[in-house]
Design a protein around this ligand. Structure first.
Ligand SMILES: *Cc1c(COP(=O)(O)O)cnc(C)c1O
Length: 397
């Protein structure tokens, strides 16, 4: 037997999405020809913005010429992209220097990797329900004990449910790191300026670090809601922010994201060291494509796609509400977080929706114990599929 990392055996069977895929495949095997509508995984469906395609094509052509060829680029990303990103923050009053931006191949890796910078006994807090990457990567690193049921020993869980308006309370015990995600996956909830300020002040007083996941900031509609934690005074010392082009610009298959680690953060130099040691940069054509997201056409085209998804979210939310279902989220983010009928166990509801409506969603329990009794429907789907799915869902509710 090779000497393996024992922490992997603590991981709970199957990451959520493989289990959904397994149940869906089993159903299709028994019911060949059933026409499934997928509103489960949060993956975009609309084609890339034309401005992005044009920029990538041009960059590929450049690479094929003696003058335009480039080998390894800077690990942290090209200056043109880091400057375009910094300018975007400035528009919202957050002063970020390009040198504080680290371009990567996406936020799953970044949010998963950042924990390497914390000590082995750092106390970690997550909201419940939560994006599973934050939890599983800390389990792999050995920062938790065994799982009892759905919760890992040693992790601090901060419930976010309808009862507290999906706003996590400050931890009652000593915590070194907290992961916050706004707009939230899976609940669709957003954090207000006042709520974020409370967290920043708490972190400053307690020498804690906030890992802020803003993968869905481009979906915010309410002008009062901050897009970045760096819009909050004091955040530069205590927070790190993760952003991605995946949902913003349809880059789930292109791969590009970035981390903002301000100079005042004790993690700035460490992240730079880590990034340069373990990462060799995002490809030049992809960075040119990402830069085009901030061009006037790129902005318009991305916003048109986001508007389309948000109209889906509105349809889902309003149809469900009209049926007497309590549907949360969907106003500043692409997920609707519905309460299952009579708080039916979420995997039950998943199976019933699959069998009776041939619609696939995501059971809330897969995101944590407090997700039980909830179900996530994603707005990342074609309109006709959303409409057909809603017709079918009506029959099941
Ligand atoms: C989709 C998503 C991301 C982005 O992942 P990428 O690796 O950049 O595609 C990050 N955080 C959350 C919560 C997400 O849902």
């Amino acid at each position: 037997m090779p000497c393996v990392n024992p922490n992997y055996s603590k991981l709970q069977a199957g990451y959520l999405f493989p289990e959904i895929a397994r149940r869906t495949a089993a159903f299709l095997k028994e019911n060949p020809g059933a026409e499934i509508i997928r509103m489960g995984i949060g993956d975009v469906v609309l084609p890339l913005p034309q401005a992005v395609c044009e920029a990538m094509k041009k960059a590929v052509e450049e690479m094929g010429t003696p003058e335009g060829f480039r080998g390894y680029g800077p690990e942290q990303g090209y200056g043109f992209l880091r400057e375009a990103i910094a300018a975007e923050f400035a528009l919202r009053g957050a002063e970020i220097d390009p040198s504080e931006i680290f371009v990567s191949d996406g936020s799953k890796c970044d949010t998963g990797n950042f924990q390497e910078l914390f000590g082995a006994d750092a106390k970690i807090a997550v909201t419940d329900p939560v994006y599973p990457v934050y939890v599983d990567t800390n389990v792999m690193a050995g920062r938790t004990g065994e799982a009892n049921g759905v919760a890992y020993e040693g992790l601090v869980y901060l419930p976010t449910t309808a009862e507290n308006g999906f706003a996590p309370e400050l931890p009652k015990e000593r915590v070194d790191v907290v992961y916050l995600c706004s707009p939230n996956n899976p609940t669709g909830a957003v954090m207000t300026r006042a709520q974020l300020k409370t967290w920043v002040d708490w972190a400053a007083e307690n020498d804690a670090t906030i890992l802020f996941d803003a993968a869905y900031e481009a979906f915010i509609r309410d002008p009062e809601i901050p897009h970045s934690i760096f819009e909050i005074e004091g955040a530069r010392k205590v927070a790190v922010e993760f952003r991605s082009f995946s949902k913003h610009a349809g880059f789930t298959g292109v791969r590009c994201g970035y981390v903002v680690v301000p100079k005042e953060s004790p993690f700035h130099a460490m992240w730079n060291r880590r990034h340069c040691t373990k990462f060799n940069g995002v490809s030049y054509p992809v960075q040119r494509g990402a830069e085009a997201v901030f061009s006037p056409e790129g902005r318009r085209q991305c916003m048109a796609n986001i508007d389309y998804y948000m109209e889906n979210a509105r349809l889902v939310r309003e149809t469900l509400s009209g049926l007497g279902v309590k549907a949360h989220g969907g106003e500043n983010g692409p997920y609707v977080w519905m309460e299952t009928p009579g708080r039916e166990p979420s995997w039950n509801f998943f199976d019933r929706l699959l069998r009776e409506a041939n619609v696939v969603g995501t059971p809330g329990a897969g995101f944590g114990a407090c997700g039980e009794g909830y179900f996530r429907l994603s707005a990342f789907a074609l309109r006709e599929n959303v409409e057909r799915a809603l017709e079918r869902v009506k029959r099941v509710l």
